[in-house]
Design a protein around this ligand. Structure first.
Ligand SMILES: N[C@@H](CCC(=O)N[C@@H](CS)C(=O)NCC(=O)O)C(=O)O
Length: 213
């Protein structure tokens, strides 16, 4: 199994989830500007959509879209899902919210040409969505005491929010620290050369990926 990633990008959620699941995997960095992989392959030939993550399975199939990669990992490692009768549905509901409502709202921060008005509107939308999630944090994580793949995705978006100076509700800061303290998370951050509690802005994500390629 191989994960194509860029440091600090949403693919970090997939890396953390693989570590949490104890899955032995290879990791290949992608330069998001040149679309070349670390080993010199054209990334478009691996994922024609051009973005990370892409997970190459042992049978040669490739799965793209963070939501699909994360739900696959949870399907294969049920301890990383919420469990219960509607567990899979609730997980997809949460992953879809994080992907389409939260992650997508960061778009103006990832594009140089976005205006400051667009960024302000996006920051407000993100803060609103984070506030909604505050009420969802149970005992410890999004689904109570059980850490799931959805937490890895929310963690990555919280890193971005903090890097871009977006208002993060206090209870989510506690949650962020809890997630960041997990050994699998520490390991993933170290592997991507990311400092703990000093989130990288996206411009740095790209620079790091380009410089290291
Ligand atoms: N819909 C995709 C979006 C993935 C995405 O936005 N990836 C970003 C990094 S977080 C990326 O590779 N951006 C480079 C680009 O779009 O050119 C998913 O959910 O997996």
């Amino acid at each position: 199994m191989k994960l194509y990633y860029a440091p600090g990008a949403c693919s970090l959620a997939s890396r953390i989830s693989l570590h949490e699941a104890g899955v032995p995997a290879k990791f290949e960095r992608v330069d998001l500007r040149t679309r070349m992989t670390q080993q010199g392959y054209d990334y478009n030939s691996i994922n024609p959509k051009g973005y990370v993550p892409a997970l190459e399975l042992d049978d040669g199939e490739t799965v793209t879209e963070n939501l699909a990669v994360l739900s696959l990992i949870a399907d294969q490692h049920p301890a990383l899902g919420p469990g219960g009768q509607l567990g899979r549905t609730r997980l997809l509901e949460m992953l879809a919210f994080i992907s389409t409502e939260l992650h997508k709202s960061f778009k103006p921060f990832f594009h140089r040409e976005a205006s400051s008005a667009e960024r302000e509107r996006a920051a407000e939308a993100i803060a609103d969505r984070l506030t909604y999630l505050c009420d969802r944090i149970g005992a410890l994580y999004l689904f109570g005491a059980r850490f799931t793949v959805a937490d890895t995705y929310l963690f990555v978006t919280l890193r971005w929010a903090m890097a871009f100076g977006i208002r993060v509700p206090l209870s989510l800061l506690g949650y962020f620290e809890r997630v960041e303290a997990r050994p699998a998370v520490r390991r993933a951050l170290a592997e991507e050369g990311l400092a703990v509690a000093r989130p990288l802005p996206h411009s740095e994500i790209e620079r790091t990926a380009t410089a290291a390629a």
